[in-house]
Design a protein around this ligand. Structure first.
Ligand code: UDX
Ligand code: UDX
Length: 470
């Protein structure tokens, strides 16, 4: 006999947010049925792969959660229509990239997929449906979704295609998980934010999280505060990284050490120590997009100074990537080296296979523009993704200059230069003494994450260049 569930949840979008979030909800709410649907059949097939190492997303601990719930109360499919029809709650977790054309191009988010999802919900839902915005969105997107839901409702009623009353409530419930630690972030969130207009729907969403999150950590706000808080949280986090990265350049000029400065300021409990790690630049699908959204919103309200203030975060981020690239290019020219670099890491941070907005891709592009050959290695990113990312930045990039390296250590004798782009733990654990014995001399390391022990590396004979320290 088929199990009767207390509530049916549908999530549109089986990506980095929808997949892990729904898996953790399924784990904690065995009394709820969760259907994760996506237009991408290949992605859904990967979610259903018996071999859990083939899930479309690499996220520590995700495989165990999926193994536990899949087929019991967690289902992945392309049955969008049926899943919406059966759902009491529909989460929208589709992608919202920065618009490339039209009004707000290069700043505002492209809401096409959100709007398409709202249209599907309007069409296929039955009775009362609570629609939850999970994707990061510009403030007032709920208004757009509402308009679509309401107008479609009238259309359907007029055409008499639907019997009974269809009603909707909109909730904003932004996701704060960080990739690479998604499962623990979801299991132990600092807070769950639920923005809405009617208490009943807010409570319905709060009930999901109350299965495992302390009520004190579940906060409720109005819709717009919730939408804006998500953008602002990401802007604040990114701002800390750009602040520390801007100071890494100053440290290089003055002889201060950015790691020491970061520790010293981070121990002030008013400042706190997280997000003060200097890097070759932040990446990921959210920071840049959300800041651009914030800038766009401020500018469209005529708040030019506010817009310019937040935009500087991105200016510094691009500057950090460019000056790191320039150090490598200058080193090759100054030492008259063969123009070849081994890049270690392409993911935008460790423990993920996600390369969206990764600083590594921008640096790779800068090197290619200077006709430098790059060997690329990442423990979790495959060659198709690398080619896709490079052509996304420059569709005419010189493919002959890119080599995909499967075993960086055994290929090291082809290079004088190594650049660390992602802070994967395994790079720290490489046998650097052996690498030094094989690499071409003179040997250079550019540490874009400050992960190596300078003293040890220099002692081996490498010329070491980190960030914000000598
Ligand atoms: C999420 C958030 O939703 C986004 O706002 C945030 O800024 C980044 O993270 P993410 O899960 O990372 O997006 O995106 P992605 O991995 O691209 O997944 C989105 C999925 O939605 C894709 O699998 C895509 O096929 C699917 N989709 C998109 C649909 O199923 N229907 C659509 O109409 C559009
Ligand atoms: C971020 C937010 O942290 C998360 O709350 C939100 O839901 C989505 O956006 P994510 O982009 O997955 O998460 O990863 P995050 O850990 O924030 O790292 C973003 C980028 O900043 C990475 O490229 C990372 O390497 C970089 N970073 C982070 C630094 O350069 N220094 C730091 O101190 C921290």
């Amino acid at each position: 006999m088929e199990k009767i569930f207390k509530k049916n949840i549908c999530c549109i979008g089986a990506g980095y947010v929808g997949g892990p979030t729904m898996s953790v909800i399924a784990l904690n709410c065995p009394d709820y049925r969760i259907d994760v649907v996506d237009v991408n059949k290949e992605r859904i097939n990967s979610w259903n792969n018996i071999d859990l190492s083939k899930l479309p997303i690499f996220e520590p601990g995700l495989d165990k959660v999926v193994e536990n719930c899949r087929g019991k109360n967690l289902f992945f499919s392309t049955n969008i229509k049926e899943s919406i029809s059966n759902a009491d709650i529909v989460f929208i977790s589709v992608n919202t990239p920065t618009k490339l054309k039209g009004i707000g191009a290069n700043y505002a988010s492209d809401l096409s997929w959100i709007e398409a999802s709202a249209r599907q919900i309007a069409k296929y839902s039955r009775n009362h449906t609570v629609v939850v915005e999970k994707s990061t969105l510009p403030v007032k997107t709920a208004e757009t979704i509402k308009t679509i839901l309401n107008s479609s409702k009238e259309d359907n009623t007029n055409k008499k295609t639907i019997k009974g009353n269809k009603t909707f409530s909109i909730i904003s419930n932004p996701e704060f998980l960080a990739e690479g630690s998604a499962i623990s972030d979801l299991q132990n969130p600092d807070r769950v934010l639920i923005g809405g207009e009617d208490t009943e729907s807010i409570n319905l969403i709060a009930d999901i999280y109350k299965h495992w999150v302390d009520s004190k950590r579940i906060i409720t706000t109005n819709l717009w505060s919730s939408e804006l808080s998500k953008l602002v949280a990401n802007a604040f986090l990114a701002q800390r990284i750009s602040s520390i990265n801007s100071l890494s350049e100053l440290c290089e000029e003055t002889g201060a050490d950015i790691e020491e400065v970061s520790k010293a300021i981070g121990m002030d409990s008013r400042i706190g120590s997280s997000f003060l790690k200097t890097s070759v630049g932040f990446g990921g699908s959210c920071f840049k997009k959300d800041i651009l959204n914030l800038v766009y919103i401020a500018r469209s309200q005529g708040l030019e100074k506010v817009a310019n203030y937040w935009e500087q975060i991105l200016v510094i981020n691009a500057h950090q990537r460019d000056r790191f690239s320039k150090k490598i290019i200058d080193c090759i020219e100054k030492n008259n080296l063969e123009p070849k670099v081994l890049l270690l890491g392409l993911a935008f941070k460790k423990d993920t296979n996600d390369t969206r907005e990764s600083a590594a891709i921008y640096v790779a592009n800068n090197l290619l523009n200077s006709k430098i050959e790059i060997g690329v290695f990442d423990p979790k990113v495959n060659i198709n993704q690398i080619q896709f990312d490079l052509s996304d930045l420059n569709e005419n990039y010189d493919k002959t200059l890119v080599k995909f390296i499967q075993d960086p250590v055994s290929n090291i004798s082809n290079y004088n230069l190594i650049a660390i782009m992602t802070e994967w733990d395994e790079f720290k654990e490489f046998d650097w003494q052996y690498i030094y014995s094989k690499i071409k001399k003179p040997a250079f390391i550019f540490d874009g994450r400050n992960i190596l022990n300078i003293e040890k590396i220099k002692k081996l004979g490498f010329n070491y260049t980190g960030l914000g320290r000598k």
